[in-house]
Each structure stands twice: as C-alpha cells, then as structure tokens.
Design a protein around this ligand. Sequence first.
Ligand SMILES: Cc1cc2nc3c(=O)[nH]c(=O)nc-3n(C[C@H](O)[C@H](O)[C@H](O)COP(=O)(O)OP(=O)(O)OC[C@H]3O[C@@H](n4cnc5c(N)ncnc54)[C@H](O)[C@@H]3O)c2cc1C
Length: 338
Amino acid sequence: MLNRDPNGIFDITIIGAGPTGLFAAFYAGLREMSTKVVEALPEPGGQLAVLYPEKMIYDVPGHPKILAQDLVRLLVEQCSLFQPEFVYGTRIDTLTRADVAGEQVWRLGTATEAHYSRTVLISAGIGAFAPSKIERPGIIEHEGHGVHYFVKDKRPFRGKRVLIVGGGDTAVDWCLNLKDWAKSITLIHRRDQFRAHESSLAALRASGVPMLTFWELKRVWGEPEVQGATIYENRTGEERDLEVDAVLINIGFKAALGPIESWGLDLADVRHLRVDGFMRTNLEGVYAAGDIAAVEGSEPLNLIVTGFGQAAIAANAAKRAIDPKSRLFPGHSSELKL
Ligand SMILES: Cc1cc2nc3c(=O)[nH]c(=O)nc-3n(C[C@H](O)[C@H](O)[C@H](O)COP(=O)(O)OP(=O)(O)OC[C@H]3O[C@@H](n4cnc5c(N)ncnc54)[C@H](O)[C@@H]3O)c2cc1C
C-alpha cells in the first residue's frame, strides 16, 4: 500500500528482505498497512539469494521442488501486489524512539539516513552477511578478478579451472553443482573431517573431483585476473602451485547480530531475539520473526516455512497494535477480489 502519511511515517518497517521479511510484507499489505522493507544487501532473498540461489528446496508447501532464486522471485511478486517500498543496500544500525509531528514512533537509523515507523519487524535472519575471508597474499586483491565467496551466477565458472576452499555444505555442494559446468574442480580443506552432509560427501567422493585434505590456500596470483594459486599441506609444509582461473572460498560467514545487539532487545542467546507467541519483543511495537526469533518456551526451528508462519503472526499482531479495533485474524485471502 502506498504511503500517504504527510510525515513519511510507515505503519510497519521490515528489517531484512529474506523469505520471512518478504512474506511479512505481503501480509502487512493485505492488512492495508503502509510497508517499507529495508535490506542490507543490494537484492532480496536473504540466505536463499546469497548462499544457495541455484539449489532446489523441497520443503516449501505446495512446491514439490523449487529453485531458491525462483522462490525469491515469486515472493517478491506476491508482496509487490501491495506496493511495499523497498530500500536496498541499507543496513539499519540504530533503533530509537522519536517524536515526529507529535507522534511517538520508531526511528531506524543508518550513518546517513533515518526511517520512521509505527511498528518494526526484525526479520534479519543470521544478521547482515559478511563472508569469512582468508588474509593471505593476493586473495582480497583478486576479489572481483576471479576470487569469489558466493555463486550468484554459474556463468563465470563455465569452462574454468576452479579451486574450491572449504569443507561444509556450501563448498561440497558447489563442487557437485559446478563439476559438469567448469573445466575442472579441485577441493581443498584444512582438515580430513567435513561438516557437509554425508550423502553429498559420498556423491563428491564418487564423482572423481580431487579432494585434498589438510591443504590450505597460501597465495593467489595473476594480473589482473586469477591465473593460479599456491596451496600448502598444513602438517608437512609442502607447497604446490595450481593453475586455476577462479577460486571459490566457502569457509563460512560471520553471523553476528551486529548492531541489533545494542538496541535494548532481550536476547535468547547470541543469535536469537526472545519473542512471545505474537512475535513481540520486549520493545513495544517491535516484532521479530524467522531465523532471528526464538519463541519463548520453544526452540528455534530455522526453516523457511517457520519464518512464513511467524511473518503472518507478526504482521497481523502489528496491525492490531496500531489499530486496536482491528482483529488479529486477517480474514481469508480467498475472499479477496483482486
Ligand atoms: C545452504 C542452505 C540451505 C538451506 N536449505 C533450506 C531448505 O531446503 N529448506 C528450508 O526451509 N530452509 C533452508 N535453509 C534455511 C533458510 O534459508 C533460512 O531458514 C531462511 O533463509 C531464514 O529466512 P529469514 O528471512 O528469517 O532470514 P535470512 O534469509 O537470513 O534473511 C535476513 C536478511 O536480513 C538482512 N539483514 C540483516 N541485518 C540487517 C540490518 N541490520 N539491516 C538491513 N538488513 C539486514 C540480511 O542481509 C538478509 O538478507 C537453508 C540454509 C542454508 C544456509
């Protein structure tokens, strides 16, 4: 719903455009709330867009299987029906109270701007993303020139010799996903134990992709594009030069809540905000849903479908908070004449 507030105050501002935030934007629109979605990344989708856009998801109701990036596209299409305002590439750093034309509202601040809102939904997942990096010569310098942390698009890897670093699901899955696409794949991992699923590992072992355990990345070279990498055996110190065109580093992400920790919210643990059954945090008018939320008396179940349910509860609870005459129950969408 377009915001017609003369002071630019929104009924709800959603922090994070992952699946939870996008579906919350749909429900908020359905409830005729003016809605803004603020996302740190330059695009929507959260973990689906950043970590596994080209993977199939099998546990979204009504979709026997769906590509992660297709689910994001459909979620954006679904909420766009109500024209929420999207603000990308903007990380919210502060959350404070403010008086705007005599109305007490929330002020969501960045270093350069402020957004004002009657209610706030924090659907910030595991926090704003920052991939873990390896601080060795030539690596950071080759970002954008053959050193990657994400695979947003498989095309840059077509016909390339690729070195993949890591031992978790992401590294192993990309070995499998790219093996028939790239010219060659080599996996190095600093230990001989992998955190990846046993079935993915078994598939990788059967695929013939070289898996070098106890090997680490020492240096990346090439001018300006990557032409090779030096790796070393971390027990013996033996070094090897590999001629590669691309290096994909999948050694995890820093997943701290970052600025959110300082907003005065009750934390259930280092990664979760404590909420009640209506997804209310301890701050009035501030809700949390999805991977970031821990419902009191329960345990977080970090799945897309959990976030969808919590998004619906939070948006409807926020509606009732700003309009106490309205019901929590939104009515059935099947009754809408769209
Ligand atoms: C490899 C992998 C495979 C998975 N497969 C499945 C699966 O098959 N099925 C399933 O159900 N789940 C799966 N999951 C889990 C699923 O992706 C998460 O449960 C889901 O993404 C949580 O959605 P969310 O919207 O709560 O958070 P996220 O997807 O993490 O989105 C949060 C967004 O908030 C943004 N943000 C954070 N802080 C700020 C800030 N201060 N200001 C502005 N923006 C901010 C972030 O940039 C991010 O875009 C998988 C996860 C991974 C890593």
